[in-house]
Design a binder for this molecule. Sequence first.
Ligand code: SAH
Length: 350
Amino acid sequence: MDSIRELKIDEIEKLIIDLGEKKFRAKQIFQWIHQKGIYKFEQMKNIPNSLIEKLEENYYLQNMDVEKVSESAEDGTKKILFNLKDNEVVETVLMKYKYGNSICISTQVGCRMGCKFCASTIGGLKRNITAGEMLGQVYEVNRMIDKNINHIVLMGSGEPLENFDEVIKFLEMINHSEGYYLSLRNITISTCGLIPEIKKLADKKLQITLAISLHGATDETRNKLMPINKKYPIEELLKAVDYYIEKTNRRITFEYAMIKDLNDSASEARVLSKLLKGKLVHVNLIPINKVEENQFYPSDEKQIIKFKSILEKTGINVTIRRELGSDINAACGQLRNNYNQTKIEIIEKL
Ligand code: SAH
């Protein structure tokens, strides 16, 4: 059986015609799935039973089950663990802000980028997450909170640009006027800096926000934290950033996780100022979140403020990000697929 959430409207059309049904049904079915967010075929009220039966024979609608929900006592952030059809698990985080509900979705099960401070990378990459499974994370959480999610960040586990085609398909489907119809301006994609894909994305001229995880102003610093920097060093990355801005005229966000005594010195801030001066960018400073398996600690508040002011003196736009959900390991970089490991441990104990 296949997941019907994977099908674009023209693919549903083809399917409907193959089943000997009228073409206009495709739009209705697409609307039920993506606009109304139903989770059972029988909820498609204007579709004849005979067609519903045919769909049920070949497809399933819900492509994941909720395995576990943790809620932060501090800020109400929720971490949802989903079980996918092949029993892989994936984590999604729901954050509530003054302006609405924001969701952080995963784009891969695990990750192979190897950033030293990140928990998602610990077990390596298992597989890509499909467009339908990205949509599923949004729809299932929507149903859980009985409200509409109006901001999506692709910042959960995985490297979105390594799963390029499925991410683009996800964007097309979530933005479809007969579907969820979310503006691309309300979507942020975060990358560790895959240069060819940044350029490919630039050529698409989408209205999304691109965020780049920088975390260092020199190759020496960045090499210590992010293996990808050896392949795509800072100078090359910044050329790709210029290309992206030129093509899209969209402001890029640089994420900079502040790590005590590693990348938070005044001299690092001065180098960063020089690199970014005059560019259409915004820097987001994030005190690093503690991950059990590594020895990185967040910078002192005083140091973060000093770093910020050095950048601001050059006219760079800087914010300090408040972290949500850290008490339930739902903050940036804390997502990891350790559920399977726990299951294995339990089996071994028996
Ligand atoms: N692979 C993509 C998106 C997933 S990571 C990327 O690298 O951007 C999302 C963000 O969380 C990235 O900026 C990443 O560097 C950051 N991150 C990872 N571990 C973190 C940690 N322990 N504390 C703070 N941010 C972290």
